[in-house]
Design a protein around this ligand. Structure first.
Ligand code: PEP
Ligand code: MG
Length: 571
């Protein structure tokens, strides 16, 4: 057995993990066209795959019915109908029998023909059916291939996941109780997978090259999500140290609990708000657990994932209402759909893009797909009657996008009021400042909205021209870059000038090195992964506003990231 076999990786979500690896490999769905078996055996293989697919769909139907209700479960009923549709099933068997084809070949041929016909009809319902057929075909192919399609929602034993990549939608579906840690070969610290891992408090490392070929399922792994340490088959000594480190981590967390019910204040009484970023109503208990003062960012795109159809207005209304009523005394900022970039949702059918982060993302998608946008806005407005709602629009890069979004919002409001539905008065509407264009015209945009929230995850990638997912250029993804810091300053100054609220909801909100700079700039809201709230509040309590202001002036003169970092380390 190899001992202390160290693999190179980068930490993306803090914490320690020790456990057994589960390696997720891409499925190999290759097949021959003409069968070497007789047709009856081929037909029987197909029947078995259909039976297994049906059993899986029935299980998903029951689970979804229990967890999300009949609306969401209906899709699996529809899938069962697609599976049993003679156009797919009988036609495939016909081909197997008449042309001596393999089940795989016959199925893919029939499926492609049906999909082509449906996709060419100008009807949303039929296009959706085409998508269902593709889904079912893939599922059948997996069963025909005899491979395991690991369902991350159904993990039954604790594992450390090892994969080339884990997508945000896989993250949204996983059973987090069973995931001790994660190792990926690609993906940066500000990828949405990393953000979700931190929200879920799952220790994770990425950039572990060839991890899927070096590690086998069942191998023992140790990982440290801050430093990026990753050991294959760790020695007994390391395993003992793990237990000690875990204890230490627990004691530190316990120590921080003293900040839970305190105000977020500097030593000399300057108060700000430290809020939580959430991705689903299931995250709401974390707000109270970590003493967050509301929600500064609810990433609603995650409620569109792990399903095969967009949530209806009623479903969304129930979700937003649940979050608002769970925290009636706090502001809850719900962000409109930020789809695109690394957040793919197959059923929304965004064309493959060369540069998805520069493509049809977030507000750009919503303004082109007004039915989806309006459904969400109506659900939010209906929910506004149940708490303190703020609505936030992501990826703004010009004033028209703000005005057009606000116009649609007003249209929805009028429709609801006209139908006698209650909508709260004076709902705050804000935008994310996460494109350089928005930061540069922050003075213009400040006149249009009630608040700004800096999306520093994207701001850094766009300012530094560094893809937030690309492992190769992560060293250039630089929070201390003077261009980033100056744009944050410029945005905060424009907000102050216009008398509107300004916060940060990107990961920099929890960056303790830059905290005094942000306070000195007059940032008044910081929204972060719930588990970072107490540490940030504790760091804030050690600062003095006057020192922060001095440092904030000084950093604007820095000529490089290293100079700026040094100023923060030795103010
Ligand atoms: C950001 O860009 O900083 C942000 C908070 O949004 P997201 O990470 O979801 O792109
Ligand atoms: Mg963003």
């Amino acid at each position: 057995m190899i001992s202390n076999n160290q693999l190179t990786a980068r930490g993306i979500s803090p914490g320690f993990a020790l456990g057994s690896a589960l390696v997720l490999r891409p499925l190999d769905l290759k097949y021959e066209p003409i069968t070497k078996l007789d047709c009856n055996t081929e037909m029987a293989r197909f029947e078995v795959a259909c039976g297994k697919t049906k059993a899986r769909l029935e299980a998903l139907f029951s689970k979804t019915l229990k967890n999300l209700g009949p609306d969401a479960a209906a899709i699996f009923e529809a899938h069962i109908m697609v599976l049993e549709d003679p156009e797919l099933k009988d036609a495939t068997k016909d081909r197997i029998a008449k042309e001596s084809l393999t089940a795989e070949y016959a199925l893919t041929q029939v499926s492609a023909e049906v999909v082509k016909v449906l996709e060419n009809i100008d009807d949303d319902y039929l296009r959706e059916r085409a998508h269902d057929i593709k889904d079912i075909t893939r599922q059948l192919m997996v069963f025909l291939s005899g491979q395991d399609d690991v369902d991350l929602a159904e993990l039954t034993r604790p594992v450390i996941l090892v994969s080339h990549d884990i997508t945000p939608s896989q993250m949204a579906s996983l059973n987090k109780e069973m995931v001790l840690g994660m190792v990926t070969e690609i993906g940066g610290k500000s990828s949405h997978t990393a953000i979700l891992a931190r929200n879920m408090e799952i220790p994770a490392v990425s950039g572990a090259r060839d991890a899927t070929s070096k590690i086998k399922s069942g191998d023992r792994l140790f990982l440290q999500g801050s430093s990026g340490e990753l050991l294959l088959n760790p020695s007994d000594e390391i395993q003992r140290k793990f237990v000690a480190d875990k204890e230490k981590e627990k004691a530190e967390k316990q120590q921080l609990l003293q900040f839970k019910n305190r105000k977020s204040q500097t030593q000399d009484g300057h108060t700000i708000f430290i809020e939580a970023n959430i991705g689903s109503p299931g995250d709401t208990p974390l707000i109270e657990r970590y003493g967050a003062e509301g929600v500064g960012l609810f990433r609603t795109e995650f409620i569109f994932m792990d399903r095969t159809k967009a949530p209806s207005e009623d479903e969304q209304f129930e979700i937003y209402k649940k979050v608002l009523t769970a925290n009636p005394e706090h502001n809850i900022i719900i962000r409109t759909l930020d789809i695109g970039g690394d957040k793919e949702i197959a059923y929304l059918q965004i064309e493959k893009e060369m540069n998805p982060f520069l493509g049809l993302r977030a507000v750009r998608y919503c303004l082109k797909h007004k039915n989806i946008f309006k459904t969400q806005l109506r659900a939010m407005l209906r929910a506004s009657a149940f708490g303190k709602l703020g609505i936030m629009i992501p990826m703004i890069s010009n004033r028209e996008e703000v005005r057009n979004s606000r116009m649609l919002l007003e249209e929805c409001r009028q429709e609801l009021l006209g139908a006698g539905i209650k909508v709260a008065e004076g709902i705050k509407v804000g935008i994310m400042i996460e494109t350089p264009a928005a930061a540069v015209i922050a003075d213009v945009l400040a006149k249009e909205v009630d608040f700004f929230s800096l999306g520093t995850n994207d701001l850094i990638q766009y300012v530094c021209a560094v893809d937030r997912l690309n492992e190769e250029v992560q060293d250039l993804y630089e929070p201390y870059h003077p261009a980033v810091i100056r744009l944050i300053h410029q945005t905060a100054a424009a907000a102050k000038q216009a008398g509107i609220q300004v916060g940060i909801c990107g990961d920099l909100a929890a960056h303790t090195g830059l905290l005094p700079v942000f306070i000195g700039f007059g940032i008044d809201h910081l929204s972060m992964s719930p588990s970072s709230v107490l540490k940030t509040r504790s760091c804030l309590s050690k600062l003095k506003l006057s020192d922060c202001k001095t440092l904030a002036e000084k950093v604007l003169l820095a000529g490089s990231a290293s100079e700026l970092r040094a100023m923060c380390e030795k103010p």
